[in-house]
Each structure stands twice: as C-alpha cells, then as structure tokens.
Design a binder for this molecule. Structure first.
Ligand SMILES: [Zn+2]
Length: 293
C-alpha cells in the first residue's frame, strides 16, 4: 500500500489528432495500470480538459484499481457526474504518509500546517528520524518544480511519472530554496540575496549564485571552489573583498581580481579549470562539475 502524487495530465481524448495528447494519454494509462488496488493516487488538478465526457474519464481511470482522489485545479470538469468518478474530491486536503504529514492542493501555498514549526521527531530502529510536514501542489507551468518542502508534482515537470513520497522528499532537497514566505524562518534557504560589497542583487538559483569565504577558500553558493587564499590580501582598494562575511557578486569578484593589487600565485591560487573568464561568466560551478566528471 502506497501513496502517489501527480497533476496536470491535461488529457482530452476527444482530440484524436493531437498526437502529443494521445502519447500523454498512453503514458498516463500505463502509469495507472502499474498501481495496485491498495494504492492511493492523489491527482492535484488539471487532469482532464473541461470538455471531456464522463465516459472518457471513466475509461481512463478504469485502467487502475487504485483509489484515485482529485484536488481540483482550474480546468477540471466539475459536474456531479464527473466528480462521482473520483474516490474523493477536495480543494485542499492532507494525508499522513510514512509518518509525514503531506498537505495537498492544486495551487502552491506559501505556508502550511507545520511548515515553519519544529521538525516532528520519531524513533525508528537504528536512530531518530526527523520528519517535517511537506506540501505538494499541482501547478507546474514552465517546468517549475517548486521549493524546498513544497514540491510540484506536475506530470510534465516531473518527466511523466507519478511521485512516491521518497521522490517528493528528494525533489524537495533538490529544490533547495524555501518559499518566499518561509525565508524568514530559513535564511540559509533564501534565493535572492544582496552583495555585501556593492548591494547588487544576487540570484543564488542561477549560475554560480554568488561567492563567499569558507576560511581561506572562496566558494560558489553551492560550494564549488573558486580560489584559495595563500597569503594575506593587501588592504588597498579591495573594497572589503578580503573581509567580506556575506555574499559577493560576480561583478565585484571579477573587478577585484582584475584591477586590484592581487596576484595569482602570490595572494591566491585559482581552482583547477577556473580562469578569470570563467569567473566573469559566473560558470565556476560548471567547470568544476566537468572537472569532477
Ligand atoms: Zn557586488
């Protein structure tokens, strides 16, 4: 017995010439057929276009013996006969899966029950497990996969698959950044920050995402090594690079390395494959990934 999450199939069987739509229908039907009668499938909206008949939806849902629940999105047909096809229908709902509270809706929430609270701890064999509430939502326009602990389960954004709770947890870790509302509780998960030197905005979700000191190592937002300090930096004209405790933007780092009194081999050593051009393009994370591969 397991719970799975999905959304956004956007099926319309009345348009047989829409080959993409037909392929998606087949893929959804295959995924449905793999569920068992003891499973619950939570469909977080926009499963079918508003004009789809009761018969067509009934045929597709009959591919599975699992219990199918609908959390309504903006296009789901909502006549009583359509709604009768589902085990349950709601705008928002919650379920406890594997000891973890999961709050569900079609539209993403900025905050939800337990989102900002202390983690629930439970004893499991071999140690303590920390489980905190999770939010899953259906909206996935443009491939958006959500935030940390608020995961989009949109069919296309998730590569055409239903997500298990373990996959939701993994996607949550990959998403990394908290919802804007929760950034106040989790400042380390703030996506947009300011450069300590020029006050310019840094988007930590793009390119290198800014730089910071880790002892004598200057690293990107996600920890890729840019350079190592090998002797004290001269104070003159450094605009605080040597002593910055916060984030540093690409422009400020580039200017400091190219126009101030710093010399490679004397004051710092660049990481393998990192050059001033790579720093200018904010692509240290990329060359360092290639270096490890
Ligand atoms: Zn700056």
């Amino acid at each position: 017995m397991a719970d799975f999450f999905t959304a956004g199939w956007r099926l319309d069987p009345s348009r047989p010439k829409d080959s993409q739509g037909q392929e998606r229908r087949q893929a959804v039907e295959h995924a449905l057929a793999r569920l068992s009668h003891a499973d619950d499938l939570w469909v977080l909206g926009n499963a079918f276009k508003a004009t789809v008949s009761v018969e067509d939806i009934g045929n597709i849902l009959s591919c599975t013996t699992a219990r199918c629940h609908l959390l309504r999105g903006e296009i789901d047909p909502v006549t009583p006969a359509h709604l009768d096809l589902w085990k349950t229908v709601d705008l928002a709902s919650e379920v406890v899966v594997d000891g973890q509270l999961v709050v569900m809706s079609h539209y993403p929430m900025m905050s939800w029950w337990g989102a900002a609270g202390a983690p629930l701890e439970e004893q499991v064999s071999g140690g303590k497990s920390r489980k905190i509430s999770m939010h899953v939502f259906g909206e996935g326009r443009g491939g958006f996969r959500g935030w940390w602990r608020a995961v989009s389960v949109d069919w296309s954004a998730q590569g055409g698959a239903f997500l298990s709770i373990d996959q939701v947890r993994r996607q949550s870790e990959d998403n990394l950044f908290a919802t804007p509302w929760l950034e106040a509780y989790y400042p380390d998960r703030r996506r947009y920050r300011y450069c300590e030197l020029c006050s310019g905005a840094i988007d930590c979700g793009r390119k290198d995402g800014g730089y910071h000191w880790d002892g004598d190592r200057l690293v990107t937002f996600r920890g890729a090594l840019v350079l190592t300090r090998i002797s004290p930096f001269p104070d003159r004209g450094m605009s605080g690079l040597a002593t910055a405790t916060g984030d540093i933007c690409t422009e400020c780092l580039g200017v400091a390395l190219q126009y101030f009194d710093l010399q490679e081999g004397v004051h710092y050593r660049l990481a393998p494959a990192v050059t001033l051009q790579v720093i200018d393009r904010s692509e240290v994370h990329r060359v360092s990934l290639e270096g490890r591969a």
